[in-house]
Design a protein around this ligand. Structure first.
Ligand code: ZN
Length: 376
């Protein structure tokens, strides 16, 4: 049997240009497919079959024009034979080509930009979370592809906390983070969870972009729209996902918000705030910095040295959710970024940045929120 490459499944993305399968060697030339109605691409996820025991060289040849070419140097693709454990593959980047080499043990191996979080797993997460005591589930509406927008609410305190993830669907670590947040918040013997449930009402949107997720997009929804540039004026035609969630936020108000992402290029975990929003207050800014500095003390997987440049006074982009939510509600708002590469201060040679570390980070983020909840 000749080797085969396929991506016709939930969050699959690859195009096969050629396959060479001879006794002298096995290789394939591949391309990542752009998001529908968009030029963005970087997410890939495919299955390699009939290659057990053979050394295979997979060349993704269009890395140079991807959304973040700076994401490739120092990056390693993930592979899995059981779709549970995702390991780092031997990966090189040169001249626009990402070369992945592996010798699978079994005749089916999955290869992805990061450990995928499928829409099937999303439905499992919603079903599980909704069955936990004290959790309310609501479907806010439907996406353009007709998928549900899910909101989970926990706790009955006066502080309104909003946690939402995966506006950029290829950043699957964001939904692993949500799984960790839900695990902690639903643990009735966890003191942090008990305190937060008493002092706050916590609203969680585990997946802001189901259509992009299922379509195998990097950054946009079913019609090629970057949802994190829609928060100033979301529309039912282009960005119903944002419109539904922002309307729900308008109904509750927001005291604290975290928008969870992954970053392609920076090999560290960091947060970005809302510098430059017109109505920023000293208290808002002080609480943001206190959150950031406390999280850095709590976990060595978080740091404050690397991150994005901050906007000048009055120059914030209000189409981005963190800025819009800070401006609109006076909230302490932030964008959390986890790496596709690794935390280079504390690397893991087998797994790199991983689902397990994303889950643990969520638990640490909640602990810091619990320390500050009275002041927010
Ligand atoms: Zn993002």
């Amino acid at each position: 049997m000749s080797i085969s490459i396929s991506s016709g499944f939930d969050s699959g993305n690859i195009r096969t240009l050629s396959i060479t399968d001879t006794p002298a060697g096995v290789s394939a030339e591949l391309e990542i497919v752009t998001d529908h109605q968009s030029d963005f691409y970087q997410w890939f996820h495919f299955r390699l079959a009939n290659a057990a025991g053979r050394e295979v060289e997979l060349k993704i040849v269009n890395g140079g024009n991807s959304a973040y070419p700076g994401g490739w140097p120092g990056y390693s693709a993930r592979f899995s034979e059981d779709r549970e454990s995702w390991l780092l593959a031997d990966t090189d980047y040169a001249d626009g080509t990402l070369t992945i080499r592996l010798t699978p043990d079994s005749n089916a191996v999955w290869i992805a930009y990061f450990a995928p979080y499928s829409m099937e797993r999303h439905h499992d997460l919603i079903a599980w979370a909704a069955s936990q005591p004290g959790v309310e589930h609501r479907e806010l509406g439907l996406t353009l592809d007709g998928q549900p927008m899910d909101l989970l609410t926990i706790g009955d305190g006066p502080k309104q906390v909003w946690l939402y993830a995966r506006q950029h669907p290829g950043e699957s670590m964001a939904e692993w983070w949500m799984e960790g947040a839900l695990e902690r918040l639903t643990d009735e013997e966890d003191a942090v969870a008990r305190l937060l449930r008493q002092k706050a009402t916590i609203h969680l949107v585990p997946n802001m972009n189901p259509d992009g997720s299922r379509r195998g997009h990097l950054r946009t929804n079913a019609v090629g729209v970057n949802l994190n540039r829609e928060w100033h004026e979301p529309t039912a035609d282009k960005s119903p996902e944002v419109l539904l969630v922002r309307n729900a936020m308008d109904a509750t108000g927001v005291d604290f918000a975290m928008d969870v992402h992954g970053d392609e290029a920076i090999a560290a975990v960091f947060i970005a705030g809302f510098d430059g929003v017109p109505s920023i207050t000293a208290k808002q800014s002080e609480l943001y910095h206190r959150y950031r500095d406390t999280l850095a003390v709590r976990t060595p997987d978080f740091q404050t040295r690397l991150g994005y440049p901050v906007a000048a006074a009055g120059k914030a982009n209000l189409s981005m959710s963190t800025n819009q939510v800070a401006e609109r509600f006076g909230a302490v708002a932030m964008t959390l970024e986890m790496p596709f590469k690794d935390n280079d201060d504390l690397p893991d040679a087998d797994f790199g940045w991983s689902p397990a570390r994303s889950i643990q980070l969520a638990k640490d983020c909640l602990a810091v929120l619990a320390e500050m909840i009275d002041d927010i």
